[in-house]
Design a protein around this ligand. Structure first.
Ligand SMILES: NCc1[nH]cc(CCC(=O)O)c1CC(=O)O
Length: 318
């Protein structure tokens, strides 16, 4: 009898792709295991009409999955790390992350525009994005375009971006590639122009701490550099008490023996900004130590006041 291992996931195509990827990796590393995938709809999937920032940001795509985990219905949940709250429910832990894919955002162009970078997007173009982080950075760095709300799964958003209501859209490179939409990518946005969401491009394996077997499996598949970088990014978000809908970008990468950390906190309209760029030798520095410094620099540049005004409704985005 093979050992059965049940993974819970959302039912979107992207979520299924990610979960199947984890499932295959588990069966490769543990040939005695047979993985079963259990699909569950979440609040975020059901309420497709409202802008995400309005439904509330706490665990929209993940809470129901975590409930299944806590009830012992599944052994593991697979999530996009960037959709996962910075704090897990008591007893749950993100024990591992797969090696990160391309963490950048990308531009998709509809038939009316052609642009190989954001700078080339014609003035007044309606660019679809529902994320406050992307809207604020667009307004701050590329005020010539008009961000317009957009929702739906990756395929829906690509179709909308190429339809009549938009000239283009911004999406995550990882989701585009995983869904086979690489051909629709007009431009990869440099990290400095559009700092990705904490955890963007990483796939998280969440398990119960007390489930030793599941924990062991997640650890075996864990990519230590991705984990160190994304833990540090999520620490920045956590320290600033920003949920996944706050206009906060945080990205840490290992490149040529150095950790490079970029972060920003912006007002909704992009007029106020706290920014930070840090580099440190990987021999002597650790992403989590850098994260402390990033947080203190952002606070020094006014991040707390920016976020407070958003929370208490003083920031109207103008
Ligand atoms: N917010 C939805 C979401 N969650 C994860 C991804 C893409 C995959 C990833 O970043 O890991 C996306 C789509 C997007 O932002 O375009």
């Amino acid at each position: 009898m093979p050992e059965r291992f049940v993974i819970g996931t959302r039912g979107s195509k992207l979520a299924l792709w990610q979960t199947e990827t984890v499932g295959r990796a588990i069966m490769r590393a543990f040939p005695e295991i047979e993985v079963e995938i259990r699909v569950r709809n979440t609040t975020g999937d059901i309420n497709l009409a409202s802008p995400l920032a309005e439904i509330g940001d706490k665990g929209l795509f993940t809470r129901e999955l975590e409930t299944d985990l806590l009830l012992g219905e599944v052994d593991m949940c697979v999530h996009s790390l960037k959709d996962l709250e910075t704090e897990q429910p008591e007893g749950c832990v993100v024990a591992g992350v797969l090696p990160r894919a391309d963490a950048r955002d990308v531009l998709v162009c509809g038939p009316r525009i052609q642009a190989a970078s954001l700078a080339e997007v014609p003035e007044g173009s309606r660019i679809g994005t529902g994320s406050r982080r992307r809207v604020a950075q667009l307004k701050a760095n590329f005020p010539n375009m008009v961000p317009e709300g957009i929702r739906g799964n990756v395929d829906t958003r690509v179709a909308k971006a190429e339809g009549d209501d938009y000239e283009g859209a911004i999406l995550a490179a990882a989701g585009m590639k995983r869904m086979g939409y690489e051909d629709h990518i007009a431009a990869y946005l440099p990290i400095e122009d559009m700092i990705p969401a904490p955890g963007q491009g990483a796939i998280a394996m969440e398990v119960l701490k007390k489930n030793e077997r599941a924990y062991q499996i997640a650890r075996a598949l864990n990519d230590p550099v991705t984990k160190a970088c994304t833990d540090a990014e999520r620490f920045v978000l956590f320290s600033l008490e920003g949920g996944c809908s706050a206009p906060i970008g945080a990205h840490c990468r290992l490149e040529d023996g150095k950790y490079i950390f970029d972060a920003c906190v912006l007002s909704l309209g992009g007029t106020k900004a706290a920014r930070c760029h840090l580099e440190a030798d990987a021999d002597s520095a650790d992403p989590m130590d850098m994260a402390w410094e990033v947080v203190s620099e952002l606070i020094g540049e006014g991040a707390r006041a920016i976020l407070r005004d958003i929370k208490n409704g003083k920031d109207t985005g103008q």
